[in-house]
Design a protein around this ligand. Structure first.
Ligand SMILES: Nc1ncnc2c1ncn2[C@@H]1O[C@H](COP(=O)(O)OP(=O)(O)OP(=O)(O)O)[C@@H](O)[C@H]1O
Ligand SMILES: [Mg+2]
Length: 234
């Protein structure tokens, strides 16, 4: 089985700042993997390196069979790896529906289109013609997830999707992620909310200082939750 995403001994930099140190990480088709670790360990830099927003200097990245020599933002989406960025990045002067349509620009065929996203998030249909940034934080996160689905990805990288959201919205998103995964889309969930991790992920990789330092299975148990929390305690 070819992995959807494979990073091997990746080193990445912002200018002269060396952030990722021989980082290795794999996500297989249909898997739900959590990438955890405290603030500043380099979780977003993993995403940024795949997108070409941090400089890859050493190591290998594969997106399926595709060897990513020169990362660029659009290449990952073309290869079926789509990012829901930290902070959501909803386009301010576009409506909800226009933001969704933007997600389809990559032109991959599949289950997801505007009506299917509206079935998943009925509130987005109600607000279809509202500016995207006029939505609440939780609704903007739904829009960011919907926009990612519009690309019909094989793998979604979710960068702290529940940051700053109320527990009731986190619960709703947990159910959505389970539903999306059940339809066969793999997830890499970057997250510091371990109660979400135990509900969504089957496996975790824990980062410290720009490298993966621990990994293992995730179970929806108190022991698993406590084990995971040791990796993100400040
Ligand atoms: N554009 C940048 N230029 C230089 N350094 C950066 C840049 N972005 C992040 N860094 C630094 O790189 C390191 C890793 O940051 P990164 O954003 O990947 O961490 P993170 O694990 O995603 O943290 P958080 O949980 O707070 O989102 C930090 O020390 C940060 O200060
Ligand atoms: Mg981050």
């Amino acid at each position: 089985m070819t992995a959807l995403l494979k990073l091997e001994n990746v080193n990445a930099f912002y200018g002269s700042a060396h952030i990722l140190h021989n980082l290795s990480l794999t996500v297989n088709p249909g898997e739900r993997v959590a990438l955890i670790g405290r603030n500043g360990v380099g979780k977003t830099t993993v995403v940024n390196t795949i997108l070409g927003l941090a400089a890859l200097k050493g190591g290998r990245i594969h997106l399926g069979d595709y060897a990513l020599q020169k990362p660029r933002p659009y290449i990952a989406a073309q290869q079926g790896v789509v990012v829901v960025p930290q902070g959501r990045r909803i386009v301010a002067n576009l409506t909800v529906e226009e933001n969704l349509i933007l997600g389809a620009a990559v032109g991959r065929k599949g289950h997801w289109n505007v009506p299917e996203v509206y079935k998943l998030f009925p509130i987005l249909q109600e607000r279809a013609h509202t500016p995207g940034t006029a939505l609440s934080g939780g609704q903007q996160q739904m829009l960011a997830v919907g926009r990612a689905l519009m690309a019909n990805p094989a793998l979604i990288l979710l960068d702290e999707p529940t940051e700053g959201l109320a527990p009731v919205i986190v619960d709703l998103l947990a159910r959505i992620f389970q539903q999306v995964a059940a339809q066969g889309t793999a997830l890499l969930l970057i997250e510091q909310n371990m109660s979400l991790v135990v509900r969504v992920a089957e496996r975790y990789c824990a980062m410290a200082k720009g490298a993966v330092v621990a990994h293992g299975p995730v179970e929806n148990t108190r022991e698993s939750l406590l084990n995971l929390e040791t990796h993100v305690m400040v």
